[in-house]
Write a protein that binds this ligand. Sequence first.
Ligand code: DGT
Ligand code: CA
Ligand code: CA
Ligand code: ZN
Length: 589
Amino acid sequence: MDKEQVGEVLAEIAVLLELKGENPFKSRAYINGARAIEMLSAPLGQLVAEDRLGEVKGLGAALQQKIGELVRTGRLGYYEDLKASVPPGLLEMLKIPGLGPKKVKALHDHLGLESVEALEKACREGLVADVAGFGDKTQIRILEGIAFQKTHASRHLYIDALEAAEPVMEALRGHPDVIRCALAGSSRRHKEVIGDIDFVVSSKAPSNVLDFFASLPSVEKVLAKGETKTSVILAGGLQADLRVVADAEFAFALAYFTGSKEHNIVMRQRAIERGLRLNEYGLFRSTEETRDPALRVGCSTELEIFQQLGLHYVPPELREDRGEFAIAEKEPLPRLIEWTDLRGSLHNHSVWSDGRGSLEEIAHQMLEIGCAYWAITDHSKSSFQANGLDPARLRAQIIEVRRVNEKLAAEGCDFRLLTGSEVDILNEGRLDYDDELLAELDVVVASIHSGFSQTETELTTRLIRAAENPYVHMLGHLTGRLLLERDAYKVNQEAVIDACAETGTWIELNANPHRFDMDWRQWAYARSKGVRCVINCDAHRFEHAGYLRLGAGIARKGGLTKGDVVNVLALGDLRKALAGKRSRKNPNP
Ligand code: DGT
Ligand code: CA
Ligand code: CA
Ligand code: ZN
């Protein structure tokens, strides 16, 4: 087991202990242990092998023994017994937004509730409101949480779909009976949330490929198996459909199973207008439905299908019938941004607030993966839960960034850290630092982290005020949404975009796959107003650097080109752009 997995087990033990009402100090010890393990810089396996866990701060003898067992055997008897002693329904209840272990335990103790269904019934009967510490408001919130969960249960984050799809793609590609193979559906269109995964394969031996697919190790359950299609549930609970067609049909099947329904309807209509028929098997010279190969207009690629229908090529991300046809009829679509155009991220955290990694570590990691710059924008003091920096610590951090940069320069590296802050937008749009301090920073991201329940007018005003501050370069995660967890807070996004256009403020595309915020649907309007986008990782640890790629996918979905995005600029040009708004001369070059 690696340290992430060990950390997860320890954290789960803490939750289980709380559910059982054990001594809170005991549960705390596991939480601290989990954190200590995840923060380790030395390899965990080595520490265990050399019997040196005692050197890690915050690990008592009992935890050391359990971690050793986990690392050596991949299992822990204590954890398994503990898990078996807690009704599984309680763990399900924990997934409802707003319900933590203490509340779930109270519901179990007082009402004997052991499942989400029983909880819902008890809420409807008004029993939950009478439990000490709950009340009417909480009862309503639990019901809302259950409803939210029901509507989202069968939907998945893009990153989870991608992680489930990649090994399947790899396996299919390697099969001798597979000619061509592609991911289709909403995953190929890069939707932020995915229903099921769709694969399309061409083959001369469909049943071999379908059998192979159904027997893959990551398949948990086969839902349906036909002659050309198989549906399965993959580990993690995602459904996946595979269609197998002849190679002459491949481009048509791929286009059909990629385009959203709305996009496909327009495509079919265009075929009919030309005296043709389009379906998943081909484009046919026919006025009625057919799949007769003798009538097929041969197309070996999607590009040829678009051309046959009088269109320029439409990239998969744009196949939503949201304006792509009006352009593709007349001219080539704008060349969308590529993730390799990006040179760094301008919103990231370090161990100074709630991230991992020292400034020096981060600099070397980002240099290693080929970035040209990386802004350190830790939280400001009001975000105390995230260990936000007071002005004195921020000033100390600025000095440390300079020291790291001087070292990099001395080593002959072109890479630079940028100083910065993710400054909290407080009530009425005041910022958490004064202008004098903000003016010292290379990069200022302003974000809302509190007061989500304010009215639309209040929240919109706060954002507009922040945009009006000359030292704020960009607004961070505009709506605060957490996909499948928390709705966007109420903001008039158009009004905020207008204010950004007027003040020369950029808007972040937060590339964290839980956020993807601002939503891709708003970028066309922002673009029309000349508001530029910054694709930010909001990295809290090294692995999050990979979000740049996901963020670029969402930017493509929003129709953004390289010219619309700030962090494609080389460092010198970026510095000029950062100075732009402050000098008030050329705020939105
Ligand atoms: P999802 O799975 O809900 O995230 O969204 P999609 O877009 O992947 O939808 P899905 O899996 O139901 O179907 C895959 C593709 O097949 C979809 O992008 C469009 C196409 N398709 C499926 N059913 C129909 C249909 O009844 N009519 C048309 N025109 N296209 C369809
Ligand atoms: Ca799908
Ligand atoms: Ca499907
Ligand atoms: Zn934030």
